[in-house]
Ligand binder design. Sequence first.
Ligand SMILES: [Zn+2]
Length: 789
Amino acid sequence: MKPSMIVPSVVFMVLAASWSGGAQPGGPGAGRDAAPVAAPGPVETYTGRSVLRVETRTPAELMAVMALAEDVWTHTPRVGPLDVMVTPDRAGAVRAYAAARGLPVEVMIPDVASAVREERARIERSNLARGLGWYEDFKDLTQVYAKVDELVAAHPAMASQAVIGQGHEGRPIRVLRISAPDSPENPRAGRRQVIFTGTQHAREWVSPMTVMYIAETLLNAYGSDPDVRAAMDSIEFLIVPVVNPDGYTFSWTNQRMWRKNRRNNGNGSFGVDTNRNFPYQWGGEGASGNTGNDTYRGPSAGSEPETQAVMALANAAPRLDAHIDFHSYSQLILSPWGYTSSLPPDAALFDDLNARMASAILATWGQTYVGGPSYTTIYPASGVMPDWMYGARGALSWTIELRDTGQFGFILPADQILPCAQENFNAVMELAGFVQSPVSISFPGGIPSERPAGAPASFGVTVSAWNDTVASAALWYRRAGEAAFVSAPLESLGGTAYRATLPASSCGVVTEFYIEASGVSGRSGRAPAGAPGVFFASSAADRVVVFADACEGVNGWAVGAPGDAATTGLWSNDVPQATAAQPGNQVTPGGARCWITDGRAGAGVGTYDVDGGATTLTSPRFSALGPSGWINPRVTLAYWRWYSNDRGSNPNTNSMPVLISNDDGATWSPVELVAENAGRWVEKRWDLAGVGGGGVVPTDRMRLRFVARDLTGAIVEAAVDEVSVAVTGCPPNPADFNGDGFIDFFDLDAFIECFEGGACPEGKTADFNGDGFIDFFDLDAFVEAFENG
Ligand SMILES: [Zn+2]
């Protein structure tokens, strides 16, 4: 893309002169900041310019529109909507090109000149007004640095500042260091570190505002907000509000749409895009070697003083965990990499944190920020600050593109500054939460929500700590109703793998538990998050399999039902032969057969598939009842199935009902309607109480049915294997003396009445130990059973 043209305007230069008081260094800190200032140059007024959004569909169209544009506003352009600023004649050319190609064009800003003028007039008015909040309008470099001075003066124990470098024109780059007061119990030198940077790109004016809001809120809310206090107690925040002070100033004094720094490239062009200058994968995709380009990468890797200042800051932060570079606009949360589509080693962690920050933002003012790796979420960009922070410095790092999504672009209405800053403060607090607790705990095989009674239950736990080493990991558990959790260390299986073991419990007992792990840095994490206030639960139960068929023979299953019209592909108990649509294997270990809609492969995929209508497979009658008297029985139906309807003509036009009957086939309830072309065997498990909408009452006259059908002349194949029904529950407990399903005070009451010669519950006797005598030993046995639950 071309550098912005310079169009002098006498009228505008007069206006500009009246702003210069606010745009030059001065005020508090001016002594330290005194620096050469660029000679006043021509002021760009953007006369006649408009911003168009063109919907491009191909890289060629993208390149063509970019070539016609005077300035590309879309932060990192790609095929799709492209925002471009155009001169009046270029607008005509863009429109003509778009019309010829049938590309939609939307006018985003009809008159950039008046938008810039109005923005300036509004800022002037709010500068004149007294008592307005600092975030009610944009602030130039002097005002930003005056605010930095104010914050340091107001919070001397928590805030300090330093100059970490200066631009080519000499303006200082300042950092604010913010953390809770140093103390012997919590020395500042031991705290984790997080860097926030703003204003690498000059025209992105909401960036310094947002970064300053984050700094000020951390300081002001320390005394009142427990989350802020916790973050400040354990993290030192290094905050650079303006990485590019020369460019930022130039965007106030000369060219509102300036992006780069102010290097004199020696050929009439100015500026390096410092966000293409970092020495990690410098010079790759998405960065220009052309000095006039807005993404000019600079003469060499790390050549720019702004780049070097940020690198020196990060290299002097030994406990650096995370970094965010704030830009505008587009509302994106961009994680590495920018230079390649390959995923970074911490891709899963980035996905998780992208989502956490996006939901914190959404919860603030309802704004959507899209998260993802830079390269694929926007476009390739190499030599960017976050790639260096992550790739070279080892810190989790992001670019956040702030508001908006293009309606106003860089000329964001002032009333959006505060909400933009607030929503991003919440994202930052989410990240700070992770830095305080970077321990990840997951369960590769799931949680044992139900386990066999009377035996310990082990399950796998994966524990890792980002930028840390796991020092301890423990299971905390208690019987439901008890007050205190007790702990047992997890068994290390090497690497991130651990094993937790819940102790044996008698049937019906619910055990509540959570996992806690700590890193050597002292930071810990828990699963579930929020433990011990929230926890997992596992109930101990007995389990009996009441029906099981490995489908290795016909075993009473029946093929055919009234209405069946299939002419080929009828259900048969076969050794399956693979085709593109049916499996060449079955599920039973050591087995050979399954139920399948004709297991033969035939000459082609359509030879033995289901044709002409339905074919129905019905199970033999079975009982789904558990042992009599069981407490809280739960019936689980399980089977493996294969289904294919995505090959050949009319794909995805059929489905396979799975039905269950509890009255020997007189009526049927739906279990599922299979349309999933998984391309593999899929195991399904159903709780009978949740089947068919209201659940199916278990009886001793159950049947199960699979209806494969082709109603559209398509390729349909289906198979079924390993069908089983199990009942979990608990045998009646003798301590449930009144038989109401609970063991409580009323059982004790009922037993004592019976023991003393009063009424006994039906079928119960006070001879609790069954020794033929009613005596003290019966009372003793009952109390023991009662206490064991
Ligand atoms: Zn930017």
